[in-house]
Design a protein around this ligand. Structure first.
Ligand SMILES: [Cu+2]
Length: 284
């Protein structure tokens, strides 16, 4: 009996460490017709050898990807393939490779695999196995990371980003687009616990001819079937009591809480200190 129990414990430990070790996408969900922005998380090298190249092959239901510049790595996009090279990721560290891509409106709901090839100084991992219907993806030896396409029912958040901060700064701005496919809702709070002691919801507005910033105690109303843009000079998230400077190329996990939709997990890349909003980028 003790032998059987030991076997169960061993099997459980093995499978849970495997789940952590595999290549994964964060966040693991996307909505057809919207932009997915997130990270490819690489958990380990190849049998102790450091990772030096990552290739992600996005399916055709993804639009041309736009990767976040990553210090120490060269990033190339060719068609729907992204290649990160020139860097070194030691086996005992994990790292995240951030990109965004628009998902086709007619992409079928369900899991969609993104094959990844990881090249190390010695050896490689081909994360390209795709579970057949009825097959348990956990049974695969080298599963491709899977993005789950789900239907949007309420609010979602897109194009989020944080502004990089100079050394010693205690606050940082957070921006992005709130989309609402359902009834009216309200953004009531936000938190980025890994980097900020607290996060407030702010508005910049002209009052008596002066640009002022004020916290919005009741949050921001998001109209039914509408959208709200958080951008410099307007609504924004104010991350306060920063634990460390925000450095371009990082990405930070957080939670936005809506009155009706509840918590929405987000992942914001950090952009250059003087970065304009994503909307301004499109003006030429
Ligand atoms: Cu503010």
């Amino acid at each position: 009996m003790s032998i059987a129990r030991a076997a169960i414990v061993a099997a459980f430990t093995l499978s849970s460490s495997f789940a952590w070790a595999h290549v994964a996408l964060a966040p693991p969900q996307a909505v057809p017709g919207q932009v997915w922005q997130g990270a490819l998380r690489i958990g380990h090298g190849c049998d102790k050898s450091p990772t030096i190249r990552i290739e992600a092959n996005l399916p055709t239901s993804f639009g041309t990807p736009k990767p976040l510049a990553k210090p120490g790595w060269t990033v190339n996009v060719s068609g729907n393939t992204i290649v990160w090279s020139g860097g070194v990721l030691p086996d005992d560290h994990f790292d995240e490779f951030v990109f965004r891509s628009a998902i086709a409106k007619d992409a079928p709901l369900g899991g969609i695999a993104i094959p990844v090839v990881q090249i190390c100084e010695k050896g490689e991992h081909r994360w390209t196995e795709i579970a057949q219907s009825g097959q348990d993806p956990h049974a695969l030896k080298s599963p491709a990371p899977v993005l789950k396409l789900v239907q949007q029912v309420g609010v979602s958040f897109q194009d989020g980003w944080l502004r990089a901060t100079p050394k010693g700064a205690k606050v940082a701005g957070g921006f992005g687009l709130i989309l609402n496919a359902g009834a009216a809702d309200r953004l009531v709070s936000a938190s980025f616990p890994t980097i900020a002691g607290k996060t407030e919801i702010h508005e910049m507005a002209v009052s008596n001819g002066m640009m002022t910033m004020r916290p919005l105690a009741n949050g921001i109303e998001v109209p039914a079937s509408g959208k709200i843009e958080l951008k410099p000079g307007s609504f924004h998230l104010m991350l306060m009591d920063l634990k460390a400077p925000l450095i371009e190329g990082q990405s930070v996990e957080g939670t936005l809480v809506f009155e009706k939709a509840g918590p929405v997990q987000v992942r914001f890349p950090v952009r250059a200190i003087g970065a304009p909003g994503p909307m301004q980028e499109h003006k030429h």
